[in-house]
Structure formats: structure tokens, C-alpha cells
Design a protein around this ligand. Sequence first.
Ligand SMILES: [Fe+2]
Length: 319
Amino acid sequence: MIKALSYVVVHTPHLAEWLKMAGEHIGMQVDIVQPGECARLRVDEKVQRFVLQAVDGESSMVMGLEASDAAAFAQARQALQQAGYQTRPGSGEEIALRGVADLFHFDDPDGCRVEVALGLADATTPFVPGRPLGGFRTGDMGLGHVAFITPKFDEMCHLYKEVLQFKVSDYTSVPFKVEFLHVNPRHHTLGIAYTGGPRKLYHLMLEYNDFDDLGRAHDIALENPDCIGVTLGRHINDHVTSFYLKNPDGWMLELGWAARTIGPDWQVEELSGMSLWGHDRTWLPADKREHARQILKDLSKRGLRAPVVTTSQTAKVSQ
Ligand SMILES: [Fe+2]
């Protein structure tokens, strides 16, 4: 039904800072649509993967989920309506700005807008990164993954698992409750977390093709260490090596490399933590941070390690 996270729409009171971070730090291509008002960011051959729109008030982020085909687009809309969600068609202006063939939107149980789109156009020009790099891993895995915290965990899981037919990848209860869901070979396209706190967008993960490009993003972040929300580490489930960069709106972009993919033989399991090593969450309360450290020490004592599998690296050994 849904084949990928296709794009996101970010409403931000900090457009200029976003553009600087996107282009100079992360290496995305910045296409200005309307100076000071609107920009599109590219990470691949597609016309956009982020639409940034300036707002005066609070920041927000809208996920654009891509339907597999026209039949799936209609099926998703019908399934949402049957489940009690009101769906509304996108305007001609919204469809043109995103470069999609069609879209509708609805509000999730927390009242946040979600878009379901059909198609995403290729750009007419090649992707030119904001700094020299080997590109981002997208294709049939989509843009990346999104993780958010919700007080309505059960309703949110019902929406994505039962109504939109996402499949469970794995789940954990430490250091807080999370379900990881997939729709394509990317280990997870969504992470739905319950911490007891209010709705909060946690992060969006982008994956570099090349390890050195992640390292350079980390070098740039170290020039201003306060921008690192989660230190360099490796996740226990998708095996991605990553760190989390605070964006100008306060939520984070996880910059990663070499996430493993999953196939039809995938076995769902309960995880014994979030990370194999690293990933110190600088924003956690001291007791939870210490608990996370203890989990890492226990994993270390058990000698738990995971292979690195990378199929997207563009850099080659020079002869
Ligand atoms: Fe993540």
C-alpha cells in the first residue's frame, strides 16, 4: 500500500539557518523556490525530498508517504476513511510544489498532518550536492526514517500497522517503549515511541552512501559540539553507524551510514537496547542516561557485535 517515506514538508521559523545546515553541513542541494519563503532540498535525482516553508510560529514537519501505485493510493484513502480518518485532497499548488502526481492528507491521532502521495518526479537536472560527497542512499528504500514520541501509542500503532499495513521490524521497552515498522527493505521507515511525554518529533534519518561523508559531517558538527544531540554510535537493530544533529528547530537529523536491509525472511524480535555502542543521548535526564550507559556496558560484556554490510559505498580502493 505505502512503499516509502517519499519526502517531508518542514515549516520553520528558521529558514535561513536550515538552508545553511542542509547545504554546507549535510551536503543537500538547495533549490530556492521563493527567497525567504520557500525552498526545496534535493538528496538524489528526485525534484525534492524536503520542502521548507517559512512560518512565523512553531515549527512542524509533515511526512509524505508514497503509495505504491494508483490502486494503492485509492486503497489507502479508503482504508483511512473506513478507520474514521477524514481525508482531504491536496491543492494544485501543493501538488506542484512537491512534484507529485496527486496527494491527499489526513491528521494522525495526535492531530499532526500526514500526506499520502502518488509518484515523485525526477528533476530535470542532475543532483549537485552542497559539498562534495557520494550521495545519499534512497531509491526503493525511500528518503530515510522518522521517529516520533506520542502519548497515543496504541492508536498510532493501529493507524500504521492495521490501517496502512506497515510491518513490525522489532520493538523494545528500554530505555523507553518503541515499535519499529517497515514498508520496504529499509529496516524501519517509522519508529513510534512512548515515553510518557507529549507528542514530539524525535528525528529524521538520512543515510550517506560513503562512510567518509558521515565522518566529515561529524567533523563539521564537532566545530560546534552543542549541535550534537546524540553522539556517534551504532544502532542495535538497523546496524546504522550514526550521530544526531540538532536542526535549527530543535528536533534532530540522524546522519547515518551502512544500515542493514531486511527481506521477507525477517524475524521480529524484542531488542535489548537501542545501540551497540555510543549514542549518548545528551538530552536525557541523568538517571536515564546512566541507565543507557549500563545497558551498553552489559552488551559489551556479552561481546555483542554485528557485521558491517554496505552495498551503496561509491568510493573505491584506488589502484
Ligand atoms: Fe533513527
